[in-house]
Design a protein around this ligand. Structure first.
Ligand SMILES: Nc1ncnc2c1ncn2[C@@H]1O[C@H](COP(=O)(O)OP(=O)(O)OP(=O)(O)O)[C@@H](O)[C@H]1O
Ligand SMILES: [Mg+2]
Length: 345
């Protein structure tokens, strides 16, 4: 059997975290379905996380979503063991972080993970370039390679020419580009982003999402991205896990979440989503398809409904013919069906 390390960069298995003086006394109580508020009121402990099971495939952009206090930061901090679990396992690249010695953990943090912080966390007395090389400096990489790598990533995030500036000479959006360049310069396989774009103005935020998505096509890192914004989650996530009071309420693809919200809580999030930008043609097509293709226009599986609608409307045809990458027919989609899928909740 192939090792799970080949498929999953990060595995949370039965992970629970209780904050307070005697977590071991509280853990057995979790089996009785005690709620977070009961654990606090009756036992004076805080339930951080309860029985988390999430497998993050290598190269996947995994979004963790949830309201304030739902446990997002506690979860991401388990990945590089800034928080110790009360019970359960955290495997990263197949290795159990809980079992690592202090030295192993130090090496692991330096080489396997890089973080992008909400408040940028740039060193104010260092230039953009010197901030960007920081991780490689700690790794004692030769100076020339540090600078080469940092300059490459600064250029990729659109900061060429700014390398000698200081953080306080840059806007928030530019500072976060430095944060991203610094993380990428570390060249770690796992990128941890806790509300990394939440402090930015809405338009700058969307710009940063675009930069991240463009880069990710090429770097294919495993990214854990925390947000409380559903639009951001749906735009970035290959997979989304939604937390409430320390528990995973639902996890799956964007389409799973939007088309099959697990409960009222998630429904309240997804109600206002622009479905045309999330749902793909093959999900809602008619699989029997029309007999003839004469009055149809071809469209690739994977196309989002909003774009498909614009293709169909400008084609003057009656329906879309959904094809696979080789041009084979998979099904069809009439304008009526397409519009219905875009508006129905
Ligand atoms: N060190 C700690 N000691 C005690 N309780 C803690 C500690 N860290 C987190 N908590 C509690 O654990 C729960 C989850 O907190 P966490 O910071 O993970 O939430 P979050 O989803 O990241 O929230 P936010 O969106 O506000 O950042 C909260 O009830 C919080 O008060
Ligand atoms: Mg947080």
């Amino acid at each position: 059997m192939a090792s799970s390390a080949n498929h999953y960069a990060i595995e949370f298995k039965g992970l629970s975290k209780i904050f307070g003086p005697h977590p071991d006394r509280i853990i057995p109580l979790l089996r009785n379905n005690l709620s977070k508020s009961e654990i606090l009121a009756k036992h004076g402990h805080i339930l951080g996380l309860n029985n988390i099971n999430i497998m993050v495939p290598t190269g996947c952009m995994q979004v963790i979503m949830g309201l304030s206090g739902s446990g997002k930061s506690t979860l991401i901090r388990h990945i590089n063991r800034l928080v110790d679990p009360s019970v359960g396992e955290v495997l990263v690249c197949g290795e159990d972080v809980v079992k690592m010695s202090r030295g192993e953990l130090c090496e692991f943090r330096r080489h396997k993970t890089a973080m992008v912080f909400q408040k940028f966390a740039l060193l104010p007395h260092r230039t953009v370039l010197d901030n960007t090389v920081y991780g490689l400096e700690l790794q004692r990489v030769p100076k020339r390679r540090q600078v080469e790598s940092a300059m490459y990533w600064l250029e990729r995030v659109g900061l060429r020419g700014f390398e000698d500036r200081y953080p306080n000479q840059l806007s928030g959006g530019m500072q976060q580009r430095v944060g991203l360049a610094r993380a990428l310069t570390n060249d770690a396989p796992i990128l941890l982003m806790d509300e990394a774009f939440s402090a930015l103005d809405p338009l700058i935020r969307v710009d940063m999402q675009t930069i991240l998505l463009e880069l990710q096509k090429e770097i294919k890192k495993t990214v854990v991205f925390i947000t409380h914004d559903l639009d951001e989650a749906l735009r970035l996530g290959d997979r989304i896990a939604i937390l409430r009071d320390g528990e995973v309420i639902q996890q799956g693809s964007c389409q799973d979440i939007v088309l099959r919200p697990a409960d009222e809580y998630i429904m309240s999030f997804v109600r206002h989503v622009n479905r045309g930008r999330v749902i793909r043609v093959e999900t809602v097509m008619d699989r029997t398809g029309p007999e003839s293709a004469q009055n149809g226009v071809e469209i690739r599986a994977g196309t989002l409904l909003e774009q498909a609608a614009s293709v169909l409307l400008s084609s003057q045809k009656e329906y879309l013919i959904v094809t696979n990458d080789q041009g084979g027919r998979l099904g069809s989609l009439s304008l009526r069906r397409l519009m219905g899928a875009m508006v129905s909740a």
